[in-house]
Structures are given as C-alpha cells and as structure tokens.
Unconditional design. Structure first.
Length: 218
C-alpha cells in the first residue's frame, strides 16, 4: 500500500482561512440598514384599541433589545383582549433566549401543549409556534415567530442559524421576536382565531413599524 504524504500546505491554508473567517465574524458588527420604529405602531388598529404596558427595568435589561413594544389591545366591539410583545434587534450577534418555553415556566407556568400553526405576516400566512400554558386556574395561548422584513421563521434553532449567517454581511432589516398571548377562557380555537383576526388587521401597520414600508412593497 502506498503511503500518502499529507498536504501540509493545504492544511495550513485551510486552517488559516477558517481562523480568519471566525475572527471576522466575531469582530464584525453588522447591522440592518433600516431600523424599526415600534412606537409608530398605531394605538388604534381597526376595531382594536391599544394600551402600552410598562416593562420593569429588570425585564428591559434581560431582553437586551434595541427596540421593545409591549401593548394590550382590546376589541372595542366584543371586549376581547390580547397582548402584543415585539423584541427587535438591529444587530445579529444577539440571540432571542427569552422565549415562552423558557420564560413562562420560570414564572410558574406549566407548558401543556406545543405545536405549529399559521398566522398572517408580511402579506401572507406564515408558520408560527403555538404554546399553551397553565398556572393555577389561568390558561393562555401564546403564538410567536421571528421576522426580518418579509422573511419569517418559527423554529428557534433555524432562526438562530439564519441570524448567525446574517452576521457575514449587512442586512436590510434586523430580526424581531413577535409574540401574541391570549387568555384561554375564550377557548383554544377561539383564542387562535382571535390572534389571526388581530394580526390580519395589524399586518400592514406592523410591517411598516418594523421596516418602514407596507407589506408587499419594496
């Protein structure tokens, strides 16, 4: 058997190349060319009327976000209400570790169901994560996904990979964690229908707040 001599030059070049790429990614501070203006999201969206919910300094520090919106919207015709939380990061080197699967149990809630569903976003229906949580006699339906312009992702691991790849070059938009929570006394399906109804009316102003443009327009 012929003994093959390792190509030390090729190994050295590859090693140096990988090291340089790793250093580039670690040191580069890529950012979105556009910034979100979450405060421009209207308080009144169709039949929905909003009220800001003040976050504590501890929560804001934990989120480490560039922009945060926490608001409760109430249907002026039916009295039904839901919560909207948006955590926006312009730069890709931060992750979104404060997900319902972690935060709700930390607050004493039990996750009793997890599934995927669809919600209106960026002019079409996209996949989202649905989490049902219980605590004492309370029950909530929490729907969330991640959005960057027209791009969306419901799977946390895939979103983290996509955000990591975004670090290789500047992007037009940053990433947002978008969560809607509904008290489940409306019923499981009713809560999801309520979420979709709200997001259908909120889609255009939400996209404008996140990107500065209307869904479907460049």
């Amino acid at each position: 058997m012929v003994k093959r001599t390792p190509n030390y030059l090729l190994v050295a070049v590859l090693t140096i190349g990988i090291a340089c790429l790793s250093l580039y990614v670690a040191m580069k501070s890529p950012g979105a060319r556009s910034d979100a203006r979450l405060d421009s999201l209207p308080m009144k969206i169709g039949v929905w009327e909003g009220e800001d919910v003040e976050l504590t300094d501890a929560v804001k520090q934990a989120l480490k976000a560039d922009r945060v919106l926490c608001r409760q919207y109430t249907n002026s015709q039916t009295g039904e209400s839901l919560g909207l939380l948006i955590v926006y990061r312009k730069y890709g080197r931060r992750d979104f570790v404060h997900r319902p699967e972690l935060c709700y149990p930390a607050a004493g809630w039990e996750i009793v169901q997890k599934a995927y569903t669809t919600v209106p976003y960026a002019g079409h229906n996209v996949q989202a994560r649905l989490v049902i949580a219980e605590k004492d006699s309370a029950r909530e339906a929490i729907t969330y996904w991640f959005g960057s312009g027209d791009r969306s992702e419901a799977n946390f691991a895939k979103q983290q990979l996509r955000m990591a790849l975004d670090r290789l070059q500047d992007q037009r938009y940053g990433w947002a964690f978008i969560r809607v929570n509904v008290p489940e006394f409306y019923g499981d399906e009713a809560a999801l229908d309520l979420t979709r109804s709200f997001l259908k009316q909120a889609d255009k102003p939400l996209m404008k707040a996140l990107t500065g443009r209307i869904a479907g327009n460049g």
